[in-house]
Design a protein around this ligand. Structure first.
Ligand code: NAI
Length: 296
């Protein structure tokens, strides 16, 4: 099955870190795009943020002014879920919680056409479980982008037990048409990348808890000597601690509380404090204007 035609509307639900980036990718690929978020004003802020980002690309000569004008005409914030009814592909990027995702997809299924594809950007939750309550579970696949979505090429195309081969193939082809490098994966906890990445965060957090060194030192060491693009603490700040903690908790539960995946109390405290990382202005580091670059 080929890629979704560019005339098909793509709806993105959740205008946070990932949803806004995914909406940008779909809009740049030529689709009409609707961005929806349950929080008042968030979708509109998301659209404005995308247009600002694209405006900077125009200034740098990496995007034509005509292309930006085109995108401006095709990218819209939706005020209600009902407005997403014309979508041929819906990509969900809301909170990492099975019940909330299931409830959203149940509402969506009643709204969209019978052949519309439903996709989840979940990092770790079973695609099989998210689809299980649908009338047509075969139409749902994982479409797991990486952060920042406009820059990262990899997308894990995740099949649950019921995902139809046609839907997985169409999602895969659509990712390719969007300039991404999709990889098929079966729905296992954390899929491929998030599973392999768990020990990176966990050992970093354990070292910090044991007082081995401060976050800036550990990050610099792994970046400069370890060859990682980002250290574990700056990466967790980018991802968002609420999201990263929810992912670890979900992988831990899915592997029957295997101690290898035990979530961190340090991270639990950050979430409790609302220190979610870049998106809240503070995590392991302080992102407030004028703040020192590192707050160990
Ligand atoms: P975020 O916290 O930045 O944004 C989530 C957005 O969803 C918020 O704007 C919130 O208002 C909205 N929302 C929550 N519940 C909603 C509902 N029921 N209906 C509509 N909107 C709702 O979260 P982020 O980081 O964008 O993560 C979203 C999803 O993407 C999660 O499943 C996460 O696991 C996954 N993901 C996150 C990555 C990351 O690096 N942050 C990377 C890849 C996947």
């Amino acid at each position: 099955m080929g890629a979704l035609p560019t005339s098909a509307t793509v709806a993105v639900i959740g205008a946070g870190t990932m949803g806004a980036g995914i909406a940008q990718v779909a809009a740049q690929a030529g689709h009409p795009v609707l961005l929806y978020d349950a929080a008042a004003g968030a979708a509109e802020r998301g659209v404005q943020g995308i247009l600002r980002t694209l405006g900077k690309l125009v200034d740098k000569g990496r995007l034509g002014a005509d292309a930006l004008a085109d995108i401006r005409g095709r990218l819209r914030a939706a005020a209600t879920l009902e407005e997403l009814a014309p979508a041929g592909l819906v990509i969900e990027a809301i909170v990492e919680n099975l019940d909330v995702k299931r409830e959203l997809f149940a509402r969506l299924e009643a709204l969209v056409a019978a052949d519309a594809i439903l996709a989840t950007n979940t990092s770790s939750i079973s695609v099989t479980a998210i689809a299980a309550k649908l009338g047509r579970p075969g139409r749902l696949a994982g479409m797991h982008f990486f952060n920042p979505a406009p820059l990262m090429k990899l997308v894990e195309v995740v099949s649950g037990l019921a995902t139809s081969a046609e839907v997985a193939a169409r999602v895969h082809a659509t990712c390719e048409a969007w300039g991404k490098a999709p990889v098929h994966a079966k729905s296992t906890p954390g899929f491929i990348v998030n599973r392999v990445a768990r020990p990176y965060y966990a050992e970093g957090l354990r070292l910090l808890g044991e007082g081995a060194a401060d976050v800036a030192t550990l990050d610099a060491l792994l970046r400069e000597a370890g060859g990682f693009r980002m250290g574990p603490f700056e990466l967790m700040d980018l991802i968002g601690h609420d999201v990263n903690f929810a992912v670890t908790s979900s992988v831990f539960a899915a592997y029957f509380n295997d101690p290898r995946f035990t979530p961190s109390l340090i991270q639990q405290e950050l979430v409790a404090a609302g220190y979610l990382g870049r998106k809240s202005g503070r995590g392991f580091y302080d992102y407030a204007e004028g703040a020192p670059a590192h707050t160990p």
